[in-house]
Each structure stands twice: as structure tokens, then as C-alpha cells.
Design a protein around this ligand. Sequence first.
Ligand SMILES: NC(=O)c1ccc[n+]([C@@H]2O[C@H](COP(=O)([O-])OP(=O)(O)OC[C@H]3O[C@@H](n4cnc5c(N)ncnc54)[C@H](OP(=O)(O)O)[C@@H]3O)[C@@H](O)[C@H]2O)c1
Length: 346
Amino acid sequence: MIAFNEQKNCQWRIAKRPNGNVKESDFLYDETEIPTIENGEILLKTLYLNIAPVMRMYMSGESVANEASLNIGDVIHGRGVAEVIKSKHPSYHVGEIHQGQIGWQTFKKSKVTTAEKFRKIKDYKLPYSIGLSTLGMTGFSAYFGFIDCGKPKKNETVVISGAAGGVGTNVVQLAKIYGCRVIGIAGSDQKCELIEALGCDGVINYKKENVRNSIEALCADGIDIYFDNVGGEILTICLDNLAKKSRVVLCGSISEYLNDKPFGPTNYTKLRKTNSLMQGFFVYNYEDQFHVAEKNLARWIQEKKIKPIEHMFDGFQNMPKALASIYDGKNSGVAMCRIRKGPYEN
Ligand SMILES: NC(=O)c1ccc[n+]([C@@H]2O[C@H](COP(=O)([O-])OP(=O)(O)OC[C@H]3O[C@@H](n4cnc5c(N)ncnc54)[C@H](OP(=O)(O)O)[C@@H]3O)[C@@H](O)[C@H]2O)c1
């Protein structure tokens, strides 16, 4: 574990709006006093912080994912897993571990507002980082995007881009549970090996192969579900290769986040030819059903049908580097940073 000042609340704030990928100079490190709490408040000690593509958008000042837009000098938004260490709130108890909007800091004082979306993590006898991976927003995005929007049927051909990433590794495994034939697209041979081990029937290394040729070869009868994590050129190619009554699920478009101009596929009219549907979704629109996703995903983990894949960076000091590295494709599975060791970790 990389040490930091335990006597202070260590924070990462925005120093500059990013231009292209984030750089160390876009971040400002700060140490403030550990907050004291009033009636109705709790104090949490951070264990793990999620590293997600959306955090660069927060730094750019965009108001995304229902979070307030940030100014220069603000602590960066981010979901985390944290232990309640003090409580003056009747519904929160010392020792409980919650996931929610913690921000890039080592302690968090909270009035437990709805906007912070805290969820208590049950004791699954697994490291509580699971509350940021399969049993958190990443797993829930895979669950609702694939099942509710994708409407999978047995033997259908499913193509997943960003397949070795956080959402992607969960969708690959869900698609196998639903009896689909799964083609995963990822950015290195090691990542392709990982998603093959998770059940992919075919893999495409988009940095080495001609994706159009590979899709045409692997999906000769067309794609029934395209789960899109990346947008851009790969979306265009998949739209050209849809089967009749196929579904295109718009989860994310990471290939476009660093560009100034938004990308628009010129061939969206291909949906017409195949009676296909294209549907976007936002995970928090399913908030009233999170308990259902958690119950099913937890059961599949216990039945060894889903293996949570986590890419753990170590140390609060490494948060900026960790965020930059996901845009460089360094992570396999859900990227997060260990701030302190939690229960069930070796
Ligand atoms: N709709 C929602 O509610 C919702 C919720 C959560 C996440 N999302 C979106 O879902 C997507 C996946 O999220 P995640 O958190 O699981 O992230 P992630 O997949 O772990 O993101 C990082 C991965 O994206 C890939 N990548 C980076 N730049 C790329 C590029 N230019 N072209 C293609 N791939 C690129 C890299 O893998 P390679 O090495 O394979 O390139 C990298 O490892 C993101 O677009 C995110 O914004 C949406």
C-alpha cells in the first residue's frame, strides 16, 4: 500500500480543464482537516475509488451523469466504497460499508443527500470493491443495457466493443448466461485472451485487425445485438452488418470523448433495411430496479457464472495517472484505485 497522510483529508481537485487526455498538471493535490460532523451527518473513510471515463467530462466542466458541473479548484466527482466511521444519522451505523458519491478524497462528510446515492454493500464474503464492479454501477449498466435494451435470445450473435473493459467484461459473461454467441472487440492480444477465457466465441483485436473484414467473417448472418461502449468507426461497421430485427445498445462512446467535434454515424439509415432498433440508456434511470440487478448478479457470482474482473490501481497518489491510463487502454475490467485495504483482501 502506498501511504498518504492519514491525519488529513487528502483530496484531488481540478487545476485545469483537460485538453486531450488528462495530464498530471490538470490536477491539484490538497490536504484539509478531517471534517467533524453535526446531527444528521456521517463521516466515511474511503476504501476504493472508481476510475471511469466520465471523470474526464466532470473535469471539463460538463454536467453529466446527474452530477453538478465542477469549477476549477473543486474536488473531482467519483463513486467510491467507504466505511462509516462516525454517525449522527439514525439510518447509518459505524462499521457499515457503503458505495456512493465520495469524490476524490480520503474522507467524506455527508448529509446523506439523495444525490449522493449511497447504497449499503451487503457482506458477500468478498472484497467490498465488488460494490464498484459487478455489484455496482458498472455491473448494473451491463445488466440493464444488455437485458432490458438488448433483449437477448438464445443462440443470437452478440458483438461487444470495449469488451475487456469494466462494463464489457460483465456483458460478455451475461451474454453467455443467456446462451448467445459472443464476439468481443478489444485493444490488445492479452485483452482478447482474457475475454476468450470469459466465454467469447470470437475475438477481434481492433488495433491489429481490419475490423470490417473480421466482423464480416465472424458475423456472416449478421449481428443480432451490438452492445456499443466505444462509438466511432466500430459503431459504423456494426451498423453495416446488422441482422433482421437486431438491437443496437448505446452504452458509451469512449473513442469520441477526447475529440472536440461529436462523431455522427452517416449510416444510421441501415436500421431501416433490417427493422432494427437503436436504444440508448442511462444506468440511473433504473434506480428503482437496482435491487433486482444486485440479487441476480450476486447469485451468478455465487454460481461462478460471473467472475468480477477488477483492475486495481494502488494508492490515492496514483489517481490522476490511473484516469489517464484508461484512455490509453491500460485497464482490463473495472478500473479502480485502492485507497485503504478493506475486509476480505489478502
Ligand atoms: N450509459 C450508461 O449509463 C453508462 C454507465 C457506465 C459507463 N458507460 C460508458 O460505457 C463505456 C464503458 O465504460 P467502463 O467504465 O466500463 O470503461 P472501460 O471500458 O473500462 O474504459 C476503458 C477502456 O476503453 C477502451 N478505449 C479507450 N479508448 C478507446 C478508443 N479510442 N476506441 C476504442 N476503445 C477505447 C480501452 O480498452 P481497449 O484497450 O480495448 O481499447 C480502455 O481500457 C464508456 O464509454 C462509458 O462512458 C455508460
